[in-house]
Write a protein of this length. Structure first.
Length: 429
């Protein structure tokens, strides 16, 4: 397929790519809600007098409920499906955005962020399960990149746009606008998303193409329990490795505008604008790498070698965050952060495709939930630890060093625990 799935192969219809675009739109909106808080840091300090440590806890509040929901969400997805769980979740996160906009105090903002975590908890496990149902293995890196890259692109355009909106109309309006956008996606999801078996517009020809190589199917009855999967080295290796990725991701998602403003002396408007640069670079790198990976796999290069190389090398480039620790100019800081985010973003879609490749029959949602639980523990810790470190030292260097150390642990877990990317045997009853 000459364009990673955007053109038909041998006349095969491309309805499945409509689902990839839908999932990408959901993540784009999803992360508008998330980055809104980092944009509002200074405004919340003015409105409520919140400290750096307090902001760290507020930034992590979303991840508390998000993490708590991951293991049960994986099981619910495997039982009730993407359509039912997705509709409920998109409605809840829309309500949460409006809740933050009308909060009378910082406690109200905390409550809204906790609800947002519940609403958005199914997003990535559901997307991973949807990709497992809608795409054959040789297209999954690109399909996954189309939604995962939106987490970066959302920051690239969301931080500048929401920042300008905040400076023009105030922080409450920035939350209200994301609530309206979220309700729009809720309507779109309800109209468009169906599983392949329920989509009347899916041709028999494309159905057969999707089913090629799908052994086992993501629709089948689960062949593994949560306890069984938690004991498997492959699942633990994937969870630890992706947790390391998410620590750096959330550190930069929540603190990058403040880092550019306070550590490098850039005014607030320009810090919003500059923040978009590394996220835009990461978006492009992720899409290009996913396309190259899928192309190599389709041409017969060993799929395990391609995926493991992208995972490990991408995480290694993530260590570029150490360069930002010693940067004293905005240009040097943006270069090093772009290197770090670019490498991590290259690895991300491969990582998100792994649950569909290693999970036993019908257990993709559960494996995705385990992985995303680890992610969100890191998402909780990253802003809080960073807040304490900055409060204690007044510098970002130690915070970036802690992130780099965690990345090294993640690289080792991919190499020694995840091992070969292949199906885990079904649980023997």
């Amino acid at each position: 397929m000459g364009s990673g799935g955007f053109r038909r192969e041998g006349g095969i219809p491309g309805r499945r790519w409509r689902i990839a675009w839908l999932l990408g739109a959901g993540v784009l909106v999803n992360y508008f809600d998330r980055v809104n808080l980092s944009v509002s840091h200074a405004a919340l300090f003015t409105a409520f007098g919140i400290s750096n440590v307090g902001f760290g806890y507020l930034s992590g509040a979303y991840n508390w409920t998000y993490a708590a929901c991951q293991l049960p969400i994986g099981v619910l997805l495997d039982r009730f499906g993407v359509k039912k769980v997705g509709r409920i979740s998109t409605f809840l996160w829309s309500i949460a955005s409006f809740g933050a906009a009308v909060s009378p105090n910082i406690g109200g903002v905390f409550a809204a962020r906790l609800l947002l975590g519940i609403g958005e908890a199914p997003t990535f496990p559901a997307n991973a399960k949807a990709v497992g149902m809608w795409f054959p293995p040789q297209e999954r890196s690109m399909a996954t990149a189309m939604f995962d890259s939106m987490a970066k692109f959302s920051s690239a355009i969301g931080v500048p746009l929401l920042g300008v909106l905040l400076l023009s109309l105030g922080w409450r309006w920035s939350f209200a606008v994301t609530g309206v956008i979220s309700l729009g996606f809720f309507w779109l999801f309800c109209r468009v998303y169906r599983d392949p078996k329920d989509d009347p517009g899916l041709s028999l020809e494309e159905r057969r193409y999707i089913d090629e190589g799908l052994v086992p199917s993501a629709n089948d009855r689960p062949e593994a329990t949560l306890g069984y999967l938690l004991r498997k080295k492959k699942v633990l290796g994937l969870a630890i490795g992706f947790g390391a990725y998410n620590y750096v991701f959330y550190l930069l998602l929540t603190w990058l505008p403040s880092y550019l403003s306070s550590a490098l002396g850039i005014d607030l408007l320009h810090s919003f604008l500059y923040t978009g640069v590394p996220w835009l670079f990461a978006t492009v790198v992720e899409l290009v790498t996913a396309y190259v990976a899928d192309t190599l796999i389709r041409r017969g290069v060993d799929a395990n070698r391609v995926r493991k190389t992208v995972l490990v090398c991408g995480m290694a480039f993530g260590l570029g965050i150490l360069g930002a620790a010693e940067a004293h100019t905005a240009l040097r800081a943006l270069v090093w952060i772009s290197v770090s985010l670019g490498g991590l973003s290259a690895a991300a879609p491969v990582g998100w495709s792994v649950p569909g490749l290693i999970a036993p029959r019908g257990s993709v949602g559960t494996v995705g939930g385990i992985m995303n639980f680890s992610n969100q523990i890191s998402g909780i810790c990253a802003p809080i630890v960073t807040g304490y470190v900055i409060a204690a030292t007044g510098k970002y260097a130690w915070a970036f060093g802690i992130a780099a150390a965690y990345l090294l642990v993640g690289i080792c877990s991919y190499i020694f625990l995840l091992g070969r990317i292949e199906r885990i045997p079904a649980e023997v009853s």
